[in-house]
Each structure stands twice: as structure tokens, then as C-alpha cells.
Design a protein around this ligand. Structure first.
Ligand SMILES: Cc1cc2nc3c(=O)[nH]c(=O)nc-3n(C[C@H](O)[C@H](O)[C@H](O)COP(=O)(O)OP(=O)(O)OC[C@H]3O[C@@H](n4cnc5c(N)ncnc54)[C@H](O)[C@@H]3O)c2cc1C
Length: 517
């Protein structure tokens, strides 16, 4: 029998746009937060939402919100569910509003480099359509195949080419969202009254707690005429970081800047195609992580069990630290920028490895993140932690977070998303999984140690994955000074606490993440 909520939704939506059947509810029980993936794979039940809807217009969303109000149902705006922090986790009363049918491109203005689009469009499809007109949004997260424009905006996403094109929030001209009471929040109208206010920033990063984003007006870029790569090897991380800092200070903006620590350098490989020593160690590591051979599995287990030793030795690995730079634009500009960067790199002790490492990374740039399931299959647990800081604190941030996590897991790190003022660090941690409760506790201990270390040295706990349920406790600590203001703002957008309440940054919120953490 359909529930009263579903019956009411069926009355206002076309056939097939409401579901409470089991396979649909199954699919919306979690995003890609690894803890929930592990929980599911361990046979531990996750909560189902009450129903899922797929609206395709503003009017339908307004009607859905009216029904949700009448039935007192919490709303979870949903893009593609690729979030990795538990941003769309439902409870049994939640109504999931999947935005993927709001996928129209409303206008492409090639002359003035502007885009108007509905936010449910998948990143990959958007980029393909723009490419037909020699345009790009310049936003290329590794999840581009499985994430939406709305998800990017709601989490302040960063693409791999963010050093040149900025994060998603850097290219917004205006946004529209439907608030919980059904009203339309249009940032262009707000800016007419308050021209000094950056109105879109009230919505970006709100992770479904302010309203449902419906369309966006964004800046575009011409497709670059050429693209070049460079790999540079450094004896250690410090000299690589000094190169990046100096490059950013000159005003040059490579498209991608990625500095891998020695152990991550081994995983990335040199990009050489010959049978050099460097390449064979890379192949061995690949086999260890995903190959079917028994030796690989055995070494992997030993490797994980000896995490303290591996972490201690890894800074001294002969691989050194690998910096990958990519450049995009007009050929003359690309060549000039590359030469200037290579000069800086040499002065900082770097050795030019040619374009192999960069090309190899580019070819696999969307595949590299999808290694989680094979690692879990091998009896391990893996996740990533992205933090950031200004240049003066960056090395301390790296040292402290690494030390904090090293007690529990093997830690790899790379620095990416560089700015004139600082840079992000992307830690990957791997540890042996043994039993759901033990693994869960160890996993949460790692996050707790890592994020507390980040806060202690003045770093930020999230650069581009958002907060979700996972980091809510730490976001509240980072924002202590602004909590009152944040609470009042959230209250103004959603006084009935209906929008993604579990994610709401509100210390008084009952339905918070404490049951998870
Ligand atoms: C393999 C992999 C690689 C990744 N690589 C990157 C990367 O390179 N860069 C990066 O930034 N992130 C990356 N991510 C994380 C993830 O892809 C991003 O957070 C992405 O922005 C989420 O988009 P989504 O459409 O899947 O949103 P969802 O996961 O569906 O939702 C994320 C949050 O946004 C809210 N939301 C979604 N749509 C709307 C809307 N229309 N209105 C209001 N709120 C909304 C949800 O309520 C939720 O809180 C990666 C994830 C994976 C699994």
C-alpha cells in the first residue's frame, strides 16, 4: 500500500516520478562515503528513505516541498550521490529529491563566455556539449562522470585543473534555489538591492541545507589550443613545495599542479614506458593493490600490518617527490610559462623528467580514484582526507596530520589545488580491515586524529569534498566564532529545519552525526 506521503506526491507529479519500491530505496540509502560502503558490504543495514522523487521543473519542486511540509518529511536534495562524506544520508522519513531530470542547458553564450544551465546535468555530459562549441567550464573533478553541477555547487567542488580555472565557486555569476517554503531565492535579485553582497556564497557549500539549487549562470573558457605536461623530480617534499610557492608567486597559473610524496610517487609511477626500475616498482604496487596474484595479496597484507615501519621509511624512498605540472592555452604562452616554471624548479633542486609522468596522469586522471572496492576486496580499508592551509602553515599541516594518522594506517599524500596564498593536501590512508566494529572505530579514530591535528595548526578541515555527516563535528569546531551567525542564517533559509537536517551545521540539531561518530 502506498504511504500517505507517496499518495500525495503521486497526485502532483507525472506517472513514474515517485517511487517507494525497494530497489529505488536501496539505491538512495547512501552516497559514496566509504564508511557506509563498508557498512553495507559488512551486511549491516542502512536506513531507507521514505520515498524518492524525480522532478523536472521548478513548479514540480515547489509542489513537492508543499507536500513535504504537510507530511512533515525532511528533504534531501540529491545530485548523483558521488559525495564522499555522507551528505545525502536519509532516515525513514526522508524524501529524496533527485535533481537529475533538471538537466537542460538553457543558454550558451559563446561570444561572452557564459553558460546558463539547470543543475541536475552530469558533468561529463555538460563538458561534451560545451566542447562542441569549443568551450569548457574548466571544472574537471575525477568524479566528472558521476557528479552533477548542483552537487559541485553544493559542496564547493574543485576540479583537477583548479589552479588555472578556479574552484566551482570562483566562476559563478548567479544561482537560483527553491527554499523549503517554496519561495525562489534568485541571487541576481538580491544583488540588485545589495550590490556589495556576494549572494551566491550564501548558497554554495550549503550541502542541501539552504534549499534546492535549480539553475546556475556560470563563466566559461575557450577550449585551450594546446596542452603540455612536465614531470619534475625532487629529493624531498620541501623543495617541491618551495617550487610551487615560487611559481604561484610569479602569477603563472599552470592548469594542474600535483606534488606527490615519495610513497605516493611510487604508486603514481614515472610514466616511463620502458622497463626501468622505477616503472617495475610501480607495476608491482599496482599488482599488489588490484592484481589477482597470490604474491601481491601476501605482500599487501604484510605491507599493511607494518604500517609504522612503512610510514617511517617512506620519506627516504629513492623515488623522491614527483611534481606534475600541466599547462593549457595558446602555444606561445604555454611554452613561455613552462620554461619559467622549469627555471624555478631547477633552482629549487628539481630534475626535469620530460612529459611522460604528466601524460600518464592525464590519461588515467578519472580512473585513479576508483580503486576503493578492489582494496576492500583485499581485506583493507581506504579513504582520503583533503585539508588545506596557507603557505606559512602548509608543511606543518602535512607533518602534523601525517604523524596523527601514521599511528593507525599507511599514509600517502599529494599536494594539489595550489593558490598564491596556499595549497590543499590530499592524504590517502589504508589499513587492514578486521570486523565491522573494530574497523569502524579505527576509521573514525583516524579521522578524529587527522582533523584535530589540522585544526591545531590552523588548517581547514575540508577543501573540496564538503562536510557531510563525517566532518560536521569538526566544521562546528573550525567555525566556533561564526556559529551564531551561521545558525541564524540557516534559520532564515529553513526555519522548520526540513532541508537535509542531518547535515545542518547547528549545535542544537538533534538529528546530528553523533550516532555515527
Ligand atoms: C571517485 C570519486 C572522485 C571524486 N573526485 C572529486 C574531485 O576531483 N573533486 C571534488 O570536488 N570532489 C570529488 N569527489 C566528490 C564528489 O564527486 C563531489 O562532492 C561532487 O561535487 C558531488 O556531486 P553529486 O552530484 O554527486 O552530489 P551528491 O553526492 O548527490 O550530493 C552532495 C551534497 O550536495 C547536496 N546537493 C546535491 N545537489 C543539490 C542541489 N541541486 N541543491 C542543493 N543541494 C544539493 C546534497 O544534499 C549533498 O549534501 C569525488 C568522489 C568520488 C566518488
Amino acid at each position: 500500500m502506498p504511504s500517505p506521503l507517496t499518495k500525495a506526491l503521486n497526485r502532483i507529479l507525472p506517472r513514474g516520478r515517485v517511487s517507494e519500491i525497494q530497489p529505488d530505496l536501496d539505491a538512495y540509502r547512501r552516497d559514496l562515503w566509504p564508511l557506509l560502503l563498508f557498512q553495507e558490504r559488512s551486511g549491516r543495514p542502512l536506513e531507507y528513505p521514505a520515498a524518492v522523487v524525480w522532478p523536472d521543473s521548478v513548479e514540480q519542486i515547489q509542489a513537492i516541498l508543499q507536500v513535504a511540509r504537510t507530511h512533515n518529511a525532511p528533504i534531501i536534495p540529491y545530485g548523483a550521490g558521488s559525495g564522499v562524506t555522507g551528505g545525502t544520508v536519509p532516515n525513514s522519513q526522508s524524501l529524496i529529491v533527485d535533481t537529475k531530470r533538471l538537466n537542460r542547458i538553457l543558454k550558451i553564450d559563446a561570444e561572452h563566455l557564459q553558460l546558463e544551465a539547470q543543475v541536475g546535468i552530469l558533468g561529463e555530459i555538460l563538458e561534451r556539449r560545451l566542447a562542441h562549441q569549443n568551450l569548457t567550464l574548466g571544472h574537471s573533478p575525477s568524479s566528472i562522470n558521476c557528479s552533477t553541477l548542483g552537487g559541485w555547487l553544493a559542496t564547493r567542488s574543485a576540479g583537477q585543473l583548479s589552479t588555472r580555472y578556479g574552484k566551482i565557486e570562483d566562476n559563478i555569476l548567479s544561482l537560483r534555489a527553491i527554499l523549503a517554503d517554496g519561495s525562489i531565492f534568485d541571487t541576481t535579485q538580491i544583488q540588485e538591492f545589495l550590490p556589495g553582497l556576494d549572494a551566491p556564497s550564501l548558497l554554495v557549500g550549503s550541502e542541501g541545507t539552504a534549499g534546492i539549487l535549480v539553475d546556475a549562470h556560470l563563466r566559461l573558457f575557450p577550449t585551450p589550443a594546446t596542452r603540455s605536461f612536465r614531470g619534475i623530480s625532487y629529493p624531498n617534499i620541501s623543495s617541491g613545495l618551495e617550487s610551487i610557492r615560487q611559481i604561484m608567486a610569479t602569477g603563472i597559473r599552470p592548469a594542474a599542479v600535483r606534488l606527490y610524496d615519495p610513497i605516493d610517487t611510487l604508486f603514481v609511477g614515472s610514466g616511463k614506458t620502458d622497463s626501468s626500475k622505477d616503472n617495475s616498482s610501480h607495476s608491482f604496487l599496482k599488482e599488489m593493490l588490484s592484481g589477482s596474484g597470490g604474491l601481491g595479496r601476501w605482500v599487501f597484507r604484510r605491507f599493511l600490518q607494518n604500517h609504522t615501519l612503512v610510514n617511517r621509511l617512506s620519506p627516504f624512498l629513492p623515488s623522491g617527490a614527483l611534481l606534475i605540472l600541466s599547462f593549457e592555452g595558446e602555444p606561445e604562452q604555454v611554452n613561455a610559462e613552462m620554461e619559467d616554471c622549469l627555471d624555478i624548479a631547477r633552482r629549487c633542486g628539481g630534475k626535469d623528467l620530460g612529459d611522460g609522468p604528466g601524460r600518464a596522469w592525464w590519461e588515467k586522471r578519472h580512473a585513479v580514484s576508483y580503486k576503493q572496492s578492489p582494496v576492500i576486496d583485499r581485506g583493507a580499508f581506504v579513504d582520503t582526507m583533503e585539508v588545506a592551509a596557507t603557505w606559512d602553515k602548509l608543511e606543518r599541516l602535512h607533518r602534523h596530520v601525517r604523524r596523527a594518522i601514521s599511528k593507525e594506517a599507511i599514509v600517502l599524500a599529494h599536494f594539489s589545488h595550489a593558490y598564491a596564498s596556499g595549497c590543499a593536501i590530499y592524504f590517502t590512508f589504508i589499513f587492514p580491515a578486521c570486523g565491522f566494529e573494530t574497523t569502524r572505530k579505527r576509521y573514525l579514530r583516524i579521522w578524529d586524529r587527522g582533523l584535530r591535528a589540522a585544526l591545531q595548526v590552523g588548517g581547514t578541515i575540508s577543501h573540496h569534498h564538503g562536510v557531510g555527516m563525517l566532518k560536521k563535528k569538526y566544521a562546528l569546531q573550525e567555525r566556533t566564532g561564526e556559529l551564531n551567525l551561521l545558525s541564524r542564517l540557516t534559520e532564515a533559509f529553513d526555519p522548520d529545519r526540513r532541508m537535509n537536517p542531518a547535515r545542518r551545521l547547528d549545535p542544537t540539531s538533534r538529528n546530528d552525526s553523533s550516532s555515527w561518530l
